[in-house]
Design a binder for this molecule. Structure first.
Ligand code: NAP
Length: 336
């Protein structure tokens, strides 16, 4: 089989984009040997950097050090796509929970230019799934997004690859690690504000953690799962949503004394052919498996017509797990 070099382009070069660069570098030999493929990064783009191109491939070591001396600047997304000639575009920009933009524009343009569109960003999954999937089919390319929910744990691929003809009736889980860590810090006696600061200091919460605290992040995940796996388009504003701002240290202590733990529970259920979806803090009995989920771990349990409860529990994932989801999407896209 011919050894093929793929042109890869990155839109977004923060925690996830950088970790993906480093993961690919570590897997370079493996990919050459086992998958007979190589790769080069011909494009990189962020809000601050603009649209950077190197048609011959950036030096990854320089990229990792934020050295863009070998870059040429393009003046628009379209010109960047033309100049970088990507086989796959990796979209890892920040979540816009209300429109999914500009990530949808980025992924649409990737597909229109003949590249696979791979996203860690769940915004375009919720707001652009039908459009981008149809465009991918038309262009004989793939729109994949495994890392958008539960980091890189195989959720979408589990259903796509391993569970044909199954009927998903609902799910229940813990899908937001920031609120999980904040609630645990409050259980240790910290106030809400101190717990938020602690979660930022250890690098779990973003500098503006509002999307997590107000449960928008979790609502977008629930909407993404319902839209893709239950085939019922659901917007985040259709998810009954409650954040943790109003939860007090006293309520958490009272729950503890009562043998309960507060967790932000995500759920969706098919009721009379409609999705009823909710994200809210609940005081769970300590023997509920969801009450045991700690730190940055997450869990989801699927209710299907074949398995009453099929669960995936991901324990303390790091950024490598997110980057790995992008890698599995890429390999699946180029092998299909
Ligand atoms: N971190 C995780 O554990 C994790 C897990 C699963 C999924 N995700 C998803 O992955 C994505 C990236 O997360 P992250 O942690 O890497 O975020 P991050 O560190 O904040 O990086 C975001 C990157 O996106 C760029 N960006 C933001 N808006 C942009 C725009 N309009 N146009 C071009 N570039 C833009 C930023 O560029 P500037 O710095 O120039 O603004 C930055 O390079 C998010 O959608 C997140 O929800 C993250």
């Amino acid at each position: 089989m011919l050894h093929r070099i793929y042109n890869l382009s990155l839109i977004g070069f923060g925690n996830v984009g950088r970790t993906f660069l480093s993961l690919l570098d570590r897997k370079r030999e493996y990919l050459a040997k086992e998958h007979n493929l190589g790769f080069q990064f011909t494009g990189i783009a962020t809000r601050k950097l603009g649209w950077l191109v190197n048609p011959n491939g950036f030096d990854p070591a320089r990229l990792a050090e934020d050295n863009f001396a070998d870059a040429i600047a393009a003046d628009s997304l379209r010109h960047w796509m033309v100049a970088t000639r990507p086989d796959a575009v990796f979209e890892t920009t920040s979540l816009n929970p209300h429109t999914g933009q500009p990530a949808i524009d980025h992924l649409r343009s990737a597909l229109e230019h003949g590249a696979h569109a791979i996203s860690a960003n769940k915004g375009p999954v919720v707001y652009g799934y039908d459009e981008l999937s149809a465009l991918a089919t038309k262009m004989h390319r793939k729109f994949y997004f495994e890392s958008s929910v539960m980091d890189g744990a195989p959720i979408f691929n589990l259903f796509r690859e391993c569970l044909p003809a199954i009927e998903l009736r609902g799910f229940r889980g813990i899908l937001n690690s920031t609120t999980n860590v904040i609630l645990e810090a409050m259980e240790q006696g910290q106030s809400f504000d101190d717990a938020v600061r602690h979660t930022q200091q250890i690098g779990v919460a973003e500098s503006d953690p509002a999307n997590d605290i107000d449960s928008w992040d979790a609502a977008v995940k629930v909407a993404a799962l319902a839209t893709v796996l239950m085939r019922k388009p659901l917007r985040p504003d259709q998810v009954e949503r409650q954040g943790i701002r109003r939860l007090t240290a006293q309520q958490i202590e009272a729950a503890r004394v009562d043998g309960r733990r507060y967790k932000v529970v995500c759920s969706a259920k098919l009721v009379a052919n409609r999705i009823v979806a909710k994200v809210a803090p609940e005081a769970l009995p300590i023997n509920d498996p969801l009450a045991q989920v700690s730190g940055t771990s997450s869990v989801i349990s699927f209710e299907t017509d074949m398995f009453p409860a099929l669960a995936i529990h991901e324990i303390n994932p790091g950024l490598d797990a997110v980057a790995y989801g992008l890698l599995t999407d890429f390999l699946r896209a180029v092998k299909e």
